[in-house]
Design a protein around this ligand. Structure first.
Ligand code: UDP
Length: 315
């Protein structure tokens, strides 16, 4: 390894990717960020441009991925990740999970870099085991609208393991559960961003279905800490990173009401096809192996997120 580790983050201008770039720079890495900006945003990395230890490559990682010089770590985060995005960009989603992962693994192999795949709780689909441990193989509809994301990530996991077994690449797989916080795209369609924007605008919160479906929301700083711990660990098998505190969507509305100190009107819309009924990570592996568990509760995290969206609206 070079004196200053050199790290490539694909999707580095995205929500999670940009927080990772910040954290890696703070840890003393030299960071190269590659992003085609189809769902990422230059705003997320604007504060880093011009730093000598940061470089931005405007690049589609499904077409080409090459870098001069040494590389110690490659974090593959490029992908549409919000349901509305991967429904809007189904082929790009499949391509970045398959061809993009192939290119990223090829680069990691050529450079002798450690590779970390951003996988997802979506590999569990609409789960029949609750909460979901890593040993659960999942319940995914390959031909449903969410299949483009779920299967791309499942393929990416399989390819990572194949590069590990066949080529000896040091691979890590993080299964990331719902994460929220500053730099979520205001209109990425996710429940936390939608509800924050709607609450701030004084419009009704759009609850899909009857609001009894569950999710477990992890604040971005906790997720980033978990990802780095997996990266630096020896764990080749997948590790769940997410907050185990489970909320119904109705419970999320109630928490937001508590944070804002007022009642929020709600409007109901149909549940999207194949929308998982429940989701909650079993984080025993992360806890035991990495000593990691989330620190930020939903109320605190929502305050930070609301402040971010408020700042954007004012700016
Ligand atoms: N959802 C909702 N209202 C919205 C957006 C999403 O009720 O405005 C629901 C959605 O149907 C799902 C949950 O919130 O059950 C989480 O959706 P999200 O898009 O954030 O991500 P997912 O966990 O489904 O990938």
């Amino acid at each position: 390894m070079t004196a200053k580790p050199r790290t490539l983050v694909t999707g580095g201008a995205g929500f999670l990717g940009s927080h990772l770039c910040d954290r890696l720079l703070a840890e003393g890495h030299e960071v190269v960020c590659a992003d085609n900006l189809i769902t990422g945003s230059a705003d997320n990395i604007a504060h880093l441009l011009g730093r000598p230890d940061f470089r931005f490559l405007h690049q589609d990682v499904t077409e080409y991925l090459y870098l001069e010089g040494p590389l110690d770590y490659l974090l593959h985060f490029a992908s549409p990740a919000s349901p509305v995005d991967y429904l809007r960009l189904p082929i790009q989603t499949l391509k970045v999970g398959s061809i993009g992962t192939h290119k990223a693994l090829g680069l990691a192999k050529a450079k002798g870099a450690r590779f970390l795949l951003a996988s997802t709780s979506e590999v569990y689909g609409d789960p029949q085991v609750h909460p979901q441990p890593e040993a659960y193989w999942g319940h995914v509809n390959p031909v449903g609208p969410r299949g483009v994301y779920d299967e791309a990530k499942r393929f990416a996991e399989a390819l990572s393991m194949a590069y590990h077994r066949a080529h000896g690449v040091a691979t890590r797989i993080v299964r990331i559960f719902n994460t929220y916080g500053p730099r979520m795209r205001p209109h990425d369609g996710r429940v936390v961003s939608n509800f924050c924007i709607q609450a701030l605008a004084g419009t009704p919160l759009t609850v899909y279905g009857d609001g009894s479906q569950t999710r477990s929301f992890c604040y971005v700083a906790d997720t980033v800490e978990g990802i780095l711990r997996v990266l630096l660990s020896d764990e080749v098998d997948p590790v769940n990173i997410g907050n185990p505190t489970e909320f119904t969507i109705a419970g999320l509305v109630a928490t937001l009401e508590k944070v804002l100190g007022r009642a929020l009107p709600v409007t109901y819309a149909p549940l999207p096809q194949d929308d998982p009924r429940v989701r909650q990570p079993d984080i025993a592996r992360a806890q035991t192996l990495l000593g990691w568990r989330p620190q930020v509760d939903l109320e605190t995290g929502l305050r930070e997120t609301l402040a971010y969206f408020q700042g954007r609206a004012a700016g």
